[in-house]
Ligand binder design. Structure first.
Ligand code: NDP
Length: 610
């Protein structure tokens, strides 16, 4: 289904943009709270169990400390780490190890096994290395077990298991100028001296908890969605949570994770209470099996082409065919129809402000459709009203689901609106308290997200001490500083893959492969020259920070107007280095081209080899 805005007549709107803008501002203002990211608790210290627990593999088998002198240590075995290791091995960097806290590869897909978990980007774009592994996903949006199995397939095919050090966490890396190596300290007491460190820890790996008064007092069961306790709930990621038939369950949070697991909880729990602070926008999913005839017809190079096409649609670039053609692209196409006059030409001479105004109107129109969908799917008008999102769609990760909204028609499911009190008020020994009322429950499931755009110390969770022992977090205290997102002055041979100061995409895999290629390109030169180290010059770092700051201005106004969330650092993006404000705003395709052109020049501009 195409967005209404495909046929939007902007001169005869059937809604009042000013009224909507006022409503959005009002909804944002009552959610903005002074605590910003401090409203969340880190899952360490008293709360370490929510991070350390591995319900899938149990406690790590004991082993003695390892003594290793690898060329490369890759930290993290999720998509980013796997791409890095794959590209490094391809380039002949055989003396490498991958340190991973899980007991297998997969990262996000190792940890996030909650019922209903599924990729929300089309799997033909999202699942890595499909052509290289000769694998075709079974559905347009693959379920979590299939993605996890695919990670295992990649690891088997490309020799990553031989390089893995599982169930081990890096705690610190310290640069030793004398030996030009990083001392890598782990929680297993390992003695590792690596020439190069590639940090690939991913955005959705470190769960966080809400700092709700009394959270420690609860005597029932509780867990975070990324450590799903099937022992307690029964069933598996396809649902059938049969041990919940006599249980009262609270879910705190209604982001992308809750949207996928709530339908299963609603089906199985005796009583389900969903505590909602801000509703997600829930668009059509429309999943379906892969057509084998289509799959067989794909020419070589199809996956990259598809990924780039998806990114083009999402960044308003001209494209001939929308290959993915789902609700993600429909929404962006609807904006493009306003931006571009028919044949893909930009509206003649239109000022930037005018384009932004038109874009906002297309967004209003689309969100009207999404709100109307709530009315169609939810029987009780008061509940439907509470489930309606009042913000621009990309203030939060858009969600796509066909069963989430109808779950609130079930008699055992209660939606509790906690928007008036900055969230759940209190937790007691046996209840969740909201709006002055106690809801007695047996189990609390925290769907409260991850350290995605919080400060880097929280996100990386390990110390990085560079030349003269300088901490990376001190170097970045006034904002992150990198060259092209991959490295920082004063931290030789330390590389980062992720969402920092790079082109970002809703499709994470299309970001990390190019970053891995860039790092490998630099490391090949390091090897070729027989140099000890490479790092960006201060000037090159300054230049790139300037580019990124300019980019940030492009999106700052948008995020000012947004309801709080991790995209805008809970409404404090101007005083912080939140991920989306720290990105290269022309987008991932433009960023990838910029890297390719940089490599094409072959002069390693901005890098100092020693
Ligand atoms: P989010 O950070 O998106 O959501 C956290 C939720 O917790 C929000 O609804 C938030 O409300 C709520 N919350 C926080 N504190 C309180 C409180 N004190 N009281 C009540 N509610 C509270 O986390 P998710 O795990 O849902 O998603 C994280 C990201 O992971 C997604 O955006 C997506 O990128 C990724 N993901 C991807 C999936 C996929 O299919 N590929 C599936 C699942 C997740 P508020 O909105 O008001 O802050």
């Amino acid at each position: 289904m195409a967005a209404q805005a495909d046929t939007l007549d902007i001169d005869n709107l059937d809604f009042d943009p000013d009224a909507l803008r006022r409503r959005y501002d009002h909804e944002r203002d009552r959610r903005l709270q002074p605590r910003g990211e401090d409203q969340y608790l880190e899952t360490k210290g008293d709360y370490a169990e929510y991070f350390d627990a591995d319900p899938y593999s149990g406690e790590a088998p004991s082993r003695g400390p390892l003594t290793l002198t690898p060329d490369v240590i890759v930290i993290g075995g999720g998509f980013a780490g796997m791409f890095a290791a794959y590209r490094l091995l391809e380039a002949g960097f055989d003396n490498l190890h991958i340190v991973e806290s899980g007991a297998d590869f997969g990262g996000t897909w190792y940890w996030n096994r909650f019922p209903g978990s599924q990729c929300d980007i089309e799997s033909y774009c999202y699942m890595p290395l499909l052509e290289e592994t000769n694998y075709m996903p079974t559905q347009k949006y693959a379920n979590a077990p299939e993605i996890f199995e695919h990670c295992q397939r990649i690891a088997r095919m490309f020799g990553l298991y031989e390089k893995a050090i599982f169930q081990t966490r890096v705690e610190a890396v310290d640069w030793d100028d004398r030996t030009s190596r990083w001392t890598v300290r782990t929680n297993r007491g390992d003695d590792i001296a690596a020439r190069i460190v590639v940090s690939a820890t991913g955005p959705a790996c470190i769960p966080r908890l809400p700092d709700i008064p009394g959270i420690r007092d609860f005597k029932g069961h509780s867990f975070h969605t990324s450590r799903w306790d099937y022992e307690y709930t029964g069933g598996d990621s396809s649902g059938n949570l049969d041990r919940l038939h006599d249980k009262r369950i609270a879910v705190i949070g209604t982001g992308a994770t809750a949207v996928q697991c709530v339908p299963h909880l609603g089906r199985s729990a005796k009583e389900l209470y969903v505590f909602q602070r801000t509703p997600s926008s829930i668009d059509i999913r429309g999943n379906g099996p892969t057509d084998p005839e289509w799959a067989n017809s794909l020419p070589a190079g199809w996956q990259k082409e598809r990924q780039e096409n998806f990114n083009d649609v999402l960044t308003g670039q001209p494209f001939e065919v929308d290959l993915v053609n789902d609700q993600w692209t429909a929404v962006f196409r609807s904006m493009k129809n306003v931006f571009f006059a028919g044949e893909g030409d930009a509206v003649e001479g239109a000022a930037r402000e005018e384009l932004e105004r038109l874009n906002e109107i297309a967004d209003f129109d689309n969100m009207n459709r999404i709100r109307a969908r709530v009315n169609k799917l939810v029987q009780d008008p008061a509940i439907a009203e509470t489930l309606k999102p009042w913000y621009r769609q990309f203030c939060k990760r858009p969600c796509f689901h066909d069963d989430y909204l109808p779950t609130f028609n079930l008699p055992n499911v209660t939606l509790v609106d906690v928007s008036d009190s900055y969230g759940v008020e209190r937790i007691t020994e046996d209840s969740v308290v909201a709006n002055g009322k106690a809801y007695p429950v047996d189990c609390i499931i925290y769907a409260t997200g991850f350290e995605i755009s919080t400060s880097y110390r929280k996100r990386l969770r390990y110390d990085v001490n560079g030349v003269n022992g300088q901490s990376l977090y001190d170097h970045w205290k006034d904002g992150r500083r990198t060259l092209h997102g991959h490295s920082s002055h004063g931290f030789p041979n330390w590389f980062l893959i992720g969402a920092t100061q790079v082109g970002v995409s809703a499709n994470y895999s299309s970001m990390v492969d190019e970053q891995a290629l860039q790092i490998v390109y630099i490391l090949k030169e390091l090897r070729e020259r027989g140099a000890n180290s490479v790092q960006p010059t201060l000037e090159a770092e300054d230049d790139w920070v300037r580019v990124i700051k300019q980019s940030a201005q492009d999106v700052s106004d948008f995020f000012d107007a947004c309801t709080p969330g991790y995209y805008n650092n809970e409404g404090k993006h101007r005083e912080s280095t939140a991920a989306f404000i720290d990105a290269y705003s022309p987008g991932v395709n433009a960023f990838n081209r910029l890297l390719q052109e940089w490599r094409g020049k072959g002069d390693y501009e901005g890098l100092a080899f020693r």
